[in-house]
Design a protein around this ligand. Structure first.
Ligand SMILES: [Zn+2]
Length: 120
């Protein structure tokens, strides 16, 4: 659909700029990766991609993508529940809001831990 079209357009742009399509796939979206003239490796969707050295690194990158998705989901649920609470005051809504806030807090703490780990 629209998203695929954008990826295809980006891929042809890369090829036109002299990038070479590699026999490797992006660990996040499994689109083919390209090597730019500068030597940088990019995914047509995600841009610059770190080529993984081993499985543990691949797992780390994948789990970070999961955390990003979970964070976005939790943030949107918190927004929805907050909106609902403006209209009705229900104990159940507050419980759900609290649960999602817990998720959000934990995701952010995990991401913070991961980024500290990286800087070592
Ligand atoms: Zn990608």
């Amino acid at each position: 659909m629209g998203r695929d079209e954008a990826v295809v357009r980006r891929m042809s742009e890369l090829l036109r700029s002299g990038a070479v399509m590699l026999d490797m796939a992006c660990p996040l979206c499994s689109a083919p990766l390209f090597r730019l003239k500068s030597g940088e490796i990019v995914c047509p969707t995600h841009g610059s991609v770190k080529v993984v050295k081993d499985d543990s690194e691949a797992i780390e990158i994948q789990s970070r993508a999961v955390l990003d998705r979970l964070e976005a989901l939790a943030a949107s649920r918190v927004g929805e529940l907050t909106e609902m609470l403006r209209r009705e005051d229900e104990r159940e809504l507050l419980d759900r809001l609290e649960s999602w806030l817990d998720v959000l807090e934990r995701v952010r703490r995990l991401k913070l831990m991961a980024s500290r780990e990286e800087r070592k």
